[in-house]
Write a protein that binds this ligand. Sequence first.
Ligand SMILES: [Zn+2]
Length: 166
Amino acid sequence: MASINCPECRKKISNTAKHCPNCGYLISLEEVAKLEAEAKRFESKIAYIGLVIVLLLLIPFVKYQLNNPAPTPTQPKETKTSTMAFIQCKEFVKRQLHSPATANFPLLDYASRKDDINTYSIKSYVDAQNGFGATVRTNYTCKVQFLGGSDSAIKNWTLIDLSLTN
Ligand SMILES: [Zn+2]
């Protein structure tokens, strides 16, 4: 049952009461309607304030989420090993060069393909001096197999195929 506040004594009374049981104030129908509307406005105001409070409480939480995005998952083992295949291929390529000390490999410019479990084909290039002291670019395709253990140790890799083209 809905209730309203008596306009005279402000006590809560039934909206169907003709007069206030506390102070005896006579309540007209218009007055009841007016008081009911007022009560409704008050309720919606409370709901609005509640919503604003909830939103204000959410701001720090949202800010925190924006400043601290979910940590990126650690690089999967697979990617690490294919990167290592590139690193080891560079060593195998160096052994074929006229002056390995002058070898200049690109940092990231290479294509890697996984041919089989633990077998990778790397396609890239190297700039190095030839027998005449001129720096030339050599493209290479290198196929290596990872034998297991630590993938950063060259002894754990086997060169399957290496082709160099100028
Ligand atoms: Zn009253």
